[in-house]
Design a protein around this ligand. Structure first.
Ligand SMILES: [Fe+2]
Length: 279
């Protein structure tokens, strides 16, 4: 039997408002997140960890983080979060004081070991700005951490994608110093996946020779406007999260990313009848 994979559920861009307030006057992000929590609790096999890749709050305010913490209460899985451009480092530290942050102040980077796998959570937020940037302490920490155990596979998580999606208003607020991340990733072959958020839609690209994903959101998606037809817009598309499965094996093993839709869908139904024939 093949060894059990490590399962990392990634959710992103929760944009929690104060109770009763809709995002953009239209989206009930709290209700969307409640459905996401229910889907995570119901998923089998149980994920080992939930990573929230930024934009946990929306404005941000302490009231939003209080609301968020209450919404997390029913979640039966361990979780960790990194800030996005809608978050505040200080408020996140206050809301989640027990997280194993790499630094006592500043960026909220974290390193977690799950079985044979390392997760490196990078804080790409820039105070008051929509774009992302990995600051010098974060890059130094990443380099040293990657160098410290070169045989272990590592997954990187950060909010801002380091590549262009073709969605004009998101591309001007992606990871500003993507080149610095690329050269670092090239120096450390143990990086097996870079998982991001920010754009609220499932996206895949190769970056520095590594598969790099954007996680869909539980609420609304940034409109796939590749022709600059509209002002920045969103659509309420099917909500989803990502499930990254790491299978131990030769070399660094292998990583497979599934998109899991949130909702009640017809099925599962068997393909075959009791006689073994296709139905
Ligand atoms: Fe964002």
């Amino acid at each position: 039997m093949s060894p059990k994979p490590v399962l990392i559920a990634q959710i992103s861009d929760l944009h929690i408002k104060p109770p009763g307030v809709l995002a953009y006057g239209r989206v009930d992000t709290a209700a969307a997140f409640q459905r996401c929590v229910a889907a995570l609790n119901a998923f089998t096999p149980k994920p080992d960890l939930v990573v929230i890749s930024g934009d946990l709050a929306d404005t941000p305010t302490a009231e939003e983080y209080d609301h968020l913490k209450r919404l997390f209460e029913p979640l039966k899985l361990p979780f960790v979060g990194i800030p996005g451009n809608h978050d505040s480092r200080q408020m996140m530290r206050a809301a989640f004081p027990l997280a194993a942050y790499a630094f006592p102040s500043g960026p909220l980077n974290q390193r977690l070991e799950i079985g044979g796998l390392d997760l490196l959570l990078l804080d790409s937020s820039v105070h008051g700005q929509p774009h992302g940037e990995l600051d010098a302490p974060t890059l130094q920490w990443l380099d040293a951490t990657l160098a410290s155990s070169p045989e272990r596979p590592a997954l990187l998580f950060l909010h801002h994608p380091p590549f262009q999606t073709g969605i004009w208003h998101m591309d001007r607020q992606n990871l500003l110093n993507a080149g610095e991340l690329a050269s670092m990733v090239r120096r450390h072959p143990r990086v097996q996946l870079i998982a991001t958020g920010h754009v609220h839609r499932a996206t895949l690209a190769m970056f520095a020779g590594v598969p790099t994903t954007i996680c869909p959101a539980p609420n609304h998606a940034v409109d796939l406007d590749l022709d600059h037809l509209r002002e920045p817009s969103f659509r309420v598309e099917p909500p989803a999260f990502h499930l990254h499965s790491w299978f131990p094996g030769e070399g660094f093993g292998s990583v497979v990313t599934h998109q899991v839709f949130i909702g009640d869908f017809d099925g599962p139904h068997p393909f075959f009848g009791p006689d073994g024939k296709l139905l």
